[in-house]
Design a binder for this molecule. Structure first.
Ligand SMILES: CC(C)(COP(=O)(O)OP(=O)(O)OC[C@H]1O[C@@H](n2cnc3c(N)ncnc32)[C@H](O)[C@@H]1OP(=O)(O)O)[C@@H](O)C(=O)NCCC(=O)NCCS
Length: 195
């Protein structure tokens, strides 16, 4: 479906002009959204945007599991290298960028708002060459199941977050996080454990 047709389709369903298509739309939403209660115009619009953003991401080669909810303002770069599991919630304005290596987000994961997951660094060590001429170095990022990432945190290239890890709001995660550890701060250090 072209983007024009998609917008027309959204316009129609938002105005309830095509009831059957609207019902189909709700069925698709139920698979995508933890809470598919559409009560008013505004929530219909938001839900339509959820569907559209996930749909576009998948069409660009991103893998998205079931019951995973991606807020419309999330930025993805390198869709074909991004995999997201089941029951994942990605909050507003998250910024997820894969370059040559994968970013793998497991199952039952919550990302707050403005979380950045950045899969590459610009090479910059040689002061005699412009940074933008030195190339980039990509590293795989893996976020295992049952992880909660607080708002405004930054996950750097190469980081592996173990199962059950918690990343405090505003953390700069430069190193791997052990399973069930809670880390926070800049750079992130262990501030607690889930017991
Ligand atoms: C990590 C977090 C869950 C810890 O909550 P908590 O268990 O109530 O922790 P406490 O307030 O008892 O703090 C425990 C220690 O961690 C430190 N700490 C707590 N939050 C921190 C943070 N974001 N960054 C750095 N250190 C933090 C506290 O200063 C305290 O240190 P101390 O023992 O030296 O005094 C919480 O502080 C947090 O960051 N939540 C993120 C909220 C968010 O982003 N929500 C998005 C919506 S999904």
């Amino acid at each position: 479906m072209s983007i024009f047709k998609k917008l027309k389709f959204l316009w129609e369903i938002l105005n309830n002009k095509n009831l059957q298509e609207y019902c189909n739309f709700l069925e698709i939403l139920k698979k995508r959204m933890p809470d598919p209660n559409l009560r008013n115009y505004e929530s219909k619009l938001i839900h339509a945007m959820y569907l559209l953003s996930a749909d576009l991401a998948e069409k660009n080669g991103m893998k998205i599991g079931s019951n995973t909810s991606i807020e419309p303002t999330v930025i993805f770069i390198g869709h074909h290298n991004i995999e997201i599991g089941d029951n994942v919630v990605i909050g507003s304005y998250c910024n997820i960028r894969a370059v040559d290596e994968k970013i793998i987000i497991g199952n039952n994961i919550m990302l707050g708002q403005f979380v950045s997951i950045i899969g590459a660094n610009h090479l910059c060590k040689d002061k005699n060459i412009l940074i933008n001429a030195q190339g980039v170095e990509s590293k795989k990022i893996i976020i295992h199941d049952d992880v909660w990432i607080g708002s405004n945190s930054l996950i750097l290239p190469g980081v592996i977050i173990g199962e059950g890890g918690v990343i405090a709001g505003g953390a700069m995660v430069t190193d791997n996080v052990e399973p069930y550890h809670i880390v926070g701060g800049v750079p992130a250090k262990v501030i607690g454990k889930r017991t």
